[in-house]
Design a protein around this ligand. Structure first.
Ligand code: FPP
Length: 248
């Protein structure tokens, strides 16, 4: 904690929570055991964001591609997500955390979707922390859906066909009104983005750690933030330009 400059924290942190299965395998346990322990890492990272005043946290909880896993694991993941939403509800409300859903509601099991909608609606007015859960989410699917919606608006005369800016297109994405992520953390050591926030991560800093998600707790989160603070974010400019700007 002491190594962090509280004035230079990322505003929006997004996390690809990978490594639950390997964590369980190392303990000769079922993969679901790893997902359950992963939920404790979620609780801890949320707590850290509240303590540090990081206002946006986005978690990749279930991808479009995760449907291809064995049915028993998919069922267990839905069960875990529903249980999490139910068990955390009171805490989310008392800590004034707003929950948002990023992803396609179609195909999400009805009992999970109902719970998700309930939490999203009940927390809609909170703004201490915006916790976005990417569930049944895919980045390419999100961009396609946005393009279709925009085309629909053009056809209906609600949008101009030749006046689409980046800002305007962003409004068609699930992440409407969310700032782009400043920092994307991937646990589990793989060097890929796995169809996560493809449009939004254009200028995000990537932090990849071999730590498996269930082992990713406060010290590991703080280390990721410290590494973020060692980076120079140039947004296409040169280091000299940035130094000039900071002296003026
Ligand atoms: C990837 O690990 C993780 C997932 C597909 C699920 C993420 C879900 C959780 C962490 C559960 C809790 C989440 C919330 C929001 C309560 P993996 O199974 O691919 O691990 P592996 O690469 O070691 O096989």
């Amino acid at each position: 904690m002491h190594r962090l400059d509280l004035n230079r924290l990322p505003r929006h942190v997004s996390i690809i929570m990978d490594g639950n299965g390997r964590w369980a395998n190392l303990r000769l346990a079922n993969r679901v055991f790893g997902h359950n322990e992963g939920a404790n890492s979620v609780r801890e990272v949320v707590k850290c964001c509240l303590e540090l005043g990081i206002p946006y946290l986005t978690l990749y909880a279930f991808s479009k591609e995760n449907w291809q896993r064995p049915e028993s694991e998919v069922t267990a993941l839905w069960h875990l997500l529903r249980r999490f939403l139910k068990s955390e509800f009171a805490d989310l409300v008392s800590r004034r955390i707003r929950v948002r859903h990023l992803g396609d509601p179609d195909d999400i099991p009805m009992e999970v979707l109902n719970e998700l909608r309930h939490v999203v609606e009940a927390t809609a007015d909170f703004d201490r922390l915006v916790l976005s859960l990417a569930i049944n989410y895919g980045g390419r699917q999100e961009i396609l859906r946005a393009a279709r919606k925009y085309a629909g608006d053009v056809l209906a005369g609600r949008a101009e066909s030749d006046a689409l800016s980046q800002e305007e297109f962003s409004r068609y994405l699930f992440t409407t009104d969310l700032p782009d992520p400043d920092l994307i953390i991937r646990t589990g050591g793989e060097y890929r983005v796995s169809n996560f926030l493809l449009w939004q991560l254009a200028y995000a800093e990537l932090y990849i750690t071999a730590t498996l998600w269930p082992d990713f707790r406060e010290p590991q989160f703080h280390e990721a933030l410290a590494e973020f603070q060692r980076r120079e974010r140039r947004f296409g400019k040169t280091s000299d330009q940035l130094r000039t700007v900071s002296f003026t």
